[in-house]
Design a protein around this ligand. Structure first.
Ligand SMILES: Cc1cc2nc3c(=O)[nH]c(=O)nc-3n(C[C@H](O)[C@H](O)[C@H](O)COP(=O)(O)O)c2cc1C
Length: 466
């Protein structure tokens, strides 16, 4: 039998702790976003369809992106217990400097089109959080203005080597003069990927006012007011002739770029150099031999070659081969701080976020990017505490199992031969780096495509490391 009584007014008063209302609507919206997916939902409501789809979309059937995100979701973590971890240190040494968090902002083109504050919001938020910001060759804010927004933080410049080499060389010189410390040379864009959403939406740069776009704009007045009342959307570093993104890229990009271009750029650039868009172990080894400072395992967020390798699956193999020769970074598909923790555990030195940043930007400009960083920071800290590691260096392959759905039959005849050889007990594996092999061996050996050559099921859930 439950005993009942009259509510005591004093106890009632204690319960009624109404929060002060947040008057600013942007802050109110952002405070309700607990995940990057929540920010995406806000962004979608506030951004016209064509620029939102340009940001969110990928190439062809968008399989590369979906697979990359799935690979992160298929992580199984193995926490330690009773390790006494009251606080965690999320800082990371990267390319000769410090970042307060193990991720930076990836280069993205046309950023002021997603939301008018564009790169200034990204660079300012990066400055406040103590993480690096990367400006794209196709950025819509100048090198000098990004420097002003992130004056004493780390700025990185992403380079496309274009048909007109002099344009690219001029950008390299300007970025060096402005004190950018690292150059990211993107190599996965010999031609534009097929962004079918853009074609279907009739999307062009700058956006055109058609009956469809006007209709779509009506419920999104803020975006259009911003768009029409701020300086026109042009490339800050290039002159453009207008057209679809694919047409612009195809006009600017050069399918004949080669390792010779890398050598020329290296000679011109005084700082660190990183090659972005590496997708095979073989190319990682070639780049290590050429002495670059780092590589980004990336398929450009799935926006170039569809069905490209999943960077997160490639990671342990590349780390095993070149992990002590250069820094291995990764991007594509990161939507949660736990994705970042898993990447560090499998040997990534650093990670980059593209859409996660842009969703925040579209959801609320500068404050939206701050919110993206805050969400990822809290997810990283919480995951580290739950794994009971106090520093990122303590993370290792023992903390992560990659559960695979797609199991390659065999990547090539050479792989099949290697697999056969590696099953013999007397076989000694050759490795560029014994130390790297030691740290990442568990993860790499178990997920190596060659060792899975006998698997036949293509959708089975198979733990690949322990
Ligand atoms: C809208 C958009 C524009 C991009 N523009 C560039 C670019 O100009 N140069 C470049 O190297 N990468 C570019 N990328 C790729 C990103 O740098 C990064 O590799 C990718 O976004 C990572 O995947 P994620 O979006 O899943 O995080 C772009 C990505 C997006 C989403």
């Amino acid at each position: 039998m439950v005993q009942r009584q009259f509510p005591n007014p004093r106890e009632l008063a204690q319960l009624m702790q109404f929060k002060k209302p947040t008057l600013n609507p942007t802050d109110r919206r952002l405070a309700q976003a607990l995940t990057i997916a929540d920010l995406r939902a806000i962004a979608k409501r506030r951004t016209p369809k064509a620029p939102f789809d340009y940001t969110e979309g990928a190439a062809e059937g968008e399989l590369s992106l979906a697979r990359a995100r799935q690979a992160f979701q298929d992580v199984e973590f193995h926490p330690s217990i009773l390790r006494n971890v009251p606080v965690v240190d999320t800082s990371r040494q990267v390319l000769g400097g410090t970042s307060a968090l193990p991720f930076g902002i990836a280069p993205t083109g046309f950023t002021r089109m997603m939301q008018t504050e564009g790169e200034v919001a990204g660079a300012g938020a990066a400055h406040a959080a103590g993480i690096p910001f990367t400006l794209s060759t196709l950025g819509t804010t100048s090198i000098e203005d990004v420097k002003a927004a992130n004056p004493d933080g780390r700025n990185w410049f992403q380079l496309y080597v274009m048909r007109d080499r002099e344009i690219s060389y001029g950008l390299v010189r300007r970025a060096a003069a402005a004190g950018f410390d690292t150059l990211f040379f993107t190599v996965d864009t010999p031609v534009a990927g097929a962004r079918l959403r853009d074609k279907r939406n009739g999307f062009s740069i700058p956006p055109q006012l058609t009956a469809g776009t006007v209709l779509n704009a009506l419920p999104r007045p803020a975006w259009w007011i911003n768009f029409l009342t701020t300086p026109p959307l042009t490339f800050a570093s290039l002159s453009s002739t207008g057209g679809t993104v694919a047409e612009l890229l195809d006009a600017a990009m050069d399918p004949t770029i080669s390792f010779d271009d890398l050598d020329i750029i290296r000679q011109m650039w005084p700082g660190k150099i990183v090659v972005k868009g590496v997708q095979t172990v073989e190319d990682a080894k070639l780049l290590a031999d050429r002495g670059v400072d780092g590589i980004v395992l990336s398929n450009h967020g799935g926006r170039q070659l569809d069905r490209a390798p999943i960077p997160f699956h490639l990671l342990p193999h590349v780390v095993r081969e070149v992990g002590t020769d250069l820094e291995v970074h990764i991007d594509t598909g990161i939507m949660n701080g736990a994705d970042i923790v898993a990447s560090i555990a499998l040997g990534a030195r650093f990670t980059l976020i593209g859409r996660a940043y842009l969703y925040g930007l579209m959801a609320g400009g500068r404050r939206g990017v701050d919110r993206t960083i805050e969400i990822l920071r809290s997810e990283i800290e919480r995951t580290m505490k739950l794994l009971e590691v106090s520093t990122l260096d303590e993370l290792g392959p023992q903390h992560v199992t990659q559960l695979t759905r797609l199991v390659p039959v065999a990547r090539s005849v050479a792989d099949a031969a290697e697999a056969a050889a590696s099953t013999k007990p007397t076989t000694v594996r050759t490795s560029r780096s014994k130390a790297a092999a030691g740290t990442a061996k568990t993860a790499a050996a178990a997920t190596a495509p060659s060792t899975r050559s006998s698997a036949t099921a293509s959708t089975r859930r198979t733990p690949t490391t322990t």
